[in-house]
Design a protein around this ligand. Structure first.
Ligand code: FAD
Length: 526
């Protein structure tokens, strides 16, 4: 990480780099491996940290065309394509990079679309450095996955370009009212046969939506049931607007509806209807449970019940889904706090801390028991948080939260730590420093220690097997202990990632197709 660099400077650099590649006659396929390795990685332009720390606009501004072409030209086109194996949905990465380097952007985008329903989302939020980029030969040569070909950034460029072109051709789309014909064309719609078998999807996060898209394309009649008033799962209620604009998720949902998928919101499976009722009374022949991991973990320390203590889930949901940050228009109240402490060191903690800054807190501290080296959050997110002014208090942990006479948070007692031997996770074990207790004035605490699986569906579905952590147990096709009931995403894996949830959705769609094909009287799937 180099600190923030001016966007205009980055774009000018890319323009010059592309021109020099073209001048040398080294376009596309004629570049050798040595020349490709010498091309500098294209940095993502971003908003100025001081400005963005107080607005909700997207931080990363996206690659220019020059940057996308130059970055894609770094791909070596390895014959064994290790990056494809590193992608849970198996996108043909070398093929889309090759087409991008040659300026064939439509071809490049159609390669991605074959495997991914949500490229504009994945291009923004996938931890590529742990997936496709971690296997990239260019990154391996540099001994740093962050220096690999920036696959996600090119994916984002292609997805955004396709959206912009669709909007230009159909201005209604730009206002969120995409014409059915265009949405259908963009999503590769097929008409659902009248006698199609009914499949229910429970939960509209990335896993449910991917399964829904695949099943609709296979010719099934698909209904997605969502508990919230808006579909999209964590991409809508958890990941903040400044990392993933909600208009992008909205558009992906419209594409899904154009495929014939019905999305029913405000429908809590387990209360409005049980899985058994969906299958026995409502005629669904298979169900895919993708209810995620939305049950926040707490620390169990004194004071966690005080006014001003939030789970990261609640805090982010208020801000994202209920738009509490939009104080002039939204009815959802936002707790007002000058000094905020966020407990945890993962991506959710970074999102909560950066949201607290943007919603008016003056001082935001991330409290983490180990050091920066052990923090599970993406390096990019940590750097962005630091640039924006989030303070990191390492080797520290709360002992108790202290309230005032009205029961509102007004301080936290911390204990300092030092690092000891490595523990079972391979990370250095934090050891308390005796006598290091100290109290700090704090007005609000956000607990971001991770989430457990949503328990409602297992609790209301007799015979549905879960493991000791409450995650639903599935076989290699994604089927649970109940025939016809499949599951995947965070409810199976525990809190994981968007792309892993999508991979599960894809596997379950194939599993459901094969399961229904083997049942008598089932319409033949595509
Ligand atoms: P979810 O996205 O959780 O969706 C489940 C849906 O099911 C929800 O909409 C929920 O309301 C609904 N539901 C639950 N119970 C019921 C019910 N009984 N009836 C009907 N509907 C129900 N991953 C990344 O790859 N990159 C990131 O940058 C990233 N950032 C994250 C930031 C935050 C704040 C959080 C919380 C997670 C983040 N993740 C990130 C993780 C990622 O979002 C999840 O792994 C992914 O969304 C899981 O998808 P899913 O479809 O399994 O579940």
């Amino acid at each position: 990480m180099n600190g923030h660099r001016d966007a205009a400077e980055l774009l000018a650099g890319a323009r010059a780099e592309r021109a020099s590649l073209e001048r040398a006659g080294l376009k596309g396929a004629s570049l050798g491996a040595k020349e490709r390795m010498a091309i500098p990685q294209q940095e993502m332009p971003s908003q100025d940290p001081h400005e963005r720390a107080r607005n909700m606009d997207e931080v990363a501004l996206g690659y220019s065309e020059d940057q996308a072409v130059v970055e894609a030209s770094r791909c070596l086109g390895c014959a064994n394509a290790p990056c494809v194996k590193g992608c849970p949905v198996g996108i043909d990465v070398p093929a889309f990079l090759k087409a991008t380097a040659a300026g064939d952007f439509d071809v490049a985008f159609s390669v991605i679309r074959e495997s991914s329903m949500l490229p504009a989302i994945c291009g923004r939020v996938c931890p590529q450095e742990k997936q496709c980029m971690s296997s990239c030969t260019v990154g391996k040569a540099a001994r740093d996955p962050l220096k690999a070909v920036a696959i996600g950034r090119v994916e984002r460029f292609l997805a955004d370009r396709a959206r912009a072109m669709a909007s230009a051709a159909d201005p209604a789309a730009a206002k969120g009212a995409q014409s059915p014909a265009r949405a259908a064309a963009r999503s590769g719609a097929v008409s659902t046969p009248a006698n199609a078998k009914k499949v229910a999807i429970v939960g509209s996060g990335p896993s449910g939506l991917t399964a829904a898209a695949d099943l609709a394309r296979m010719g099934f009649a698909v209904t997605v049931f969502e508990a919230f008033h808006k579909a999209g799962g964590v991409t809508v209620y958890g990941i903040p607007e400044f990392r993933l604009p909600k208009a992008i998720v909205e558009e992906e949902l419209r594409n899904l509806e154009a495929l014939g998928v019905r999305i029913v919101c405000d429908f809590l499976v387990g209360r409005t209807r049980t899985i058994e009722e969906l299958m026995e009374k409502d005629g669904f022949e298979a169900v895919y449970v993708a209810t995620g991991a939305g049950l926040p973990k707490f620390m169990g320390i004194p004071g966690e019940d005080l006014v001003g203590v939030f789970s990261a889930n609640e805090f982010l949901t208020r801000s994202n889904l209920m738009k509490a940050y939009d104080r002039d228009r939204a009815a959802t109240p936002l707790y007002s706090a000058k000094r905020v402490a966020v407990f945890g060191g993962g991506n959710v903690a970074m999102d909560a801390a950066r949201t607290a800054l943007r919603t008016g807190s003056e001082e935001v501290h991330v409290i983490y028991r180990r050091t920066e080296a052990e923090m599970p959050a993406r390096r990019e997110e940590v750097e962005h948080a630091k640039e924006e002014g989030v303070v990191f208090d390492f080797l520290s942990n709360p002992l108790r939260i202290i309230g005032d006479e009205k029961g509102r948070v007004h301080g936290v007692e911390f204990l300092s730590y030092r690092l000891g031997e490595k523990d079972a996770s391979g990370r250095a074990r934090p050891e308390p420093v005796s006598g290091s207790e100290h109290v700090v004035a704090i007005d609000a605490c956000i607990v971001a220690l991770g989430n457990d699986s949503n328990p409602l569906v297992p609790a209301t579905t007799p015979g549905l097997k879960v493991n000791e952590r409450g995650n639903i147990v599935v076989d290699g096709n994604g089927m649970t202990s109940i025939p016809g009931v499949f599951a995947g995403g965070d409810i199976v894996q525990g809190a994981a990632t968007v792309i892993l949830a999508m991979g599960d959705g894809r596997r379950a769609a194939r599993g459901i197709r094969d399961y229904l094909a083997a049942r008598p009287g089932t319409a033949r799937p595509r």
